[in-house]
Design a protein around this ligand. Structure first.
Ligand code: CMP
Length: 405
């Protein structure tokens, strides 16, 4: 395989990738030697670093999303690495499908673990995906008078938890709504599916065996957080969803609801690998989407580690700018498409109680609110502030550790 890709040798002690470095282009597969990963911000319980060896890979998230590196990797011994450019992922699939599949699989496991940690750390209700929770999700929709969604949820609860505690309640709800006890069967052999607006593709906590590629229409991805339904994304033609349940055999992490009449391709486990091989562009798209989400999840996670509330606001703005691939430089400005309240909400702050942090943010000459939208007039200044707050956290950590010794 190494023939078509570039090879690189590093001496022990050298840095191969450095956290924060922008516009990453390449990722690496280890042929020989050992390397260690390290991250600037660690959350409690996270391994401080990881040792990688032959067959392992690193730098994929940043290379495939085109964002900054999210970890530093240093060679522990002399090593040989295969260097894969971000536009060679398709080639990697053709030359070595098992490695490409390993990357894709490991990514959805990583994403789920990030998601769960973020949920746990933000003091939201961290509940493992479990079909038993289908009842609560359905009950939420029922209370909102969204009877089609509620019926789907209760039907799926009955299907997956036939001896569950809430079976009689679920049946009663369905009877009251005048809905059948069983959802209409979907012919799984047919990969072409059509959906009407407002229909459910699947509900959060439902076991799933397929991923979907949208061909027309739009799909909303929503999730229950602290008893509220949060919109995670609105997906469009070309987008892929439902890959997490397929790849790591867990129930659906979110619900998919049709926002506009849609047609899609449904791919199950059996034909997934064949499809990846036959259509490398599909797998490339999937890995790009997963990379983007992992990058974002990592940034959200490191944001939670910042202790100063103002530091967290700065960091969220910087992440938003980087997500949009805005060039960061002296006097570079950026109009954020969000207002102050949106920013507070994104960080998980209270709109009223925490408004003072917004005031503090706007005391900086290079921050402005224009027609309700936030503007930064100097992204380099913003970046400096973020670096300062992160440095402070890591110094406090070091001091705490030293004091504990
Ligand atoms: P799965 O867990 O199978 O089912 C729900 C799907 O929603 C999930 O796979 C992803 O495809 C998608 N999904 C989960 N989280 C997000 C997110 N934050 N943004 C966009 N899509 C998501």
């Amino acid at each position: 395989m190494s023939g078509v890709f570039q090879m690189a040798n590093y001496n022990g002690g050298s840095y191969v990738v450095i956290e924060g470095k922008r516009e990453a282009q390449n990722f690496f597969i280890i042929m020989k030697g050992k390397l260690r990963t390290q991250k600037e911000m660690q959350y409690a319980g996270e391994e401080a670093s990881q040792v990688l060896g032959p067959g392992d890979f690193f730098g994929v998230e940043s290379a495939m999303s085109g964002h900054s590196r999210i970890e530093t990797v240093v060679a522990l011994s002399d090593c040989s690495l295969i260097v894969v450019n971000h536009d060679q992922f398709g080639l990697l699939i053709q030359k070595n499908t098992p490695v490409a599949m390993k990357i894709i699989r490991s990514f959805s496991v990583k994403l789920r673990s990030f998601d769960n940690t973020i949920t746990r750390l933000s003091f939201r209700n961290a509940v493992e995906e479990d079909p038993q929770h289908l009842f609560e999700v359905a009950e939420f929709w029922f209370n909102q008078k969204r009877f089609n969604h509620a019926a789907y949820g209760f039907q799926k609860y009955l299907q997956w938890c036939p001896t569950g505690e809430k079976v009689s309640q679920a049946k009663m709800r369905l009877q009251n709504m005048n809905k059948p006890m069983v959802a209409p069967a979907v012919p799984e052999s047919n990969i072409n599916r059509t959906f009407k607006e407002d229909e459910m593709v699947f509900a959060e906590n439902e076991p799933g065996r397929e991923l979907y590629i949208i061909q027309s229409g739009r799909v909303k991805i929503t999730k229950m957080v602290n008893g509220q339904e949060v919109m995670l994304a609105v997906l469009q033609p070309g987008d892929i969803f439902g890959e997490m349940a397929l790849l790591d055999n867990k129930p659906r992490s979110a619900s998919a609801i049709i926002a506009e009449d849609a047609t899609m391709l449904a791919i199950n486990k059996t034909n997934f690998e064949g499809m990846v091989k036959a259509q490398p562009q599909l797998a490339t798209r999937l890995i790009t989407i997963l990379s983007e989400r992992i990058w974002m999840a990592y940034r959200q996670l490191s944001n939670l580690m910042i202790t100063d509330p103002l530091g967290r606001l700065f960091d969220t703005l910087l992440t938003l700018a980087e997500k949009n691939h805005v060039k960061i430089g002296p006097k570079a400005s950026h109009n954020f498409d969000i207002g102050g309240k949106d920013l507070l909400k994104m960080v998980g702050f209270d709109e009223k109680k925490d408004e003072r942090y917004l005031m503090d943010l706007l005391k900086n000459r290079w921050m402005r609110l224009d027609e309700g939208k936030l503007i930064c007039l100097d992204l380099q200044e913003l970046e400096k502030q973020v670096a300062f707050h992160k440095k402070k956290v890591s110094m406090d950590r070091k001091r705490e550790k030293a004091a504990a010794r």
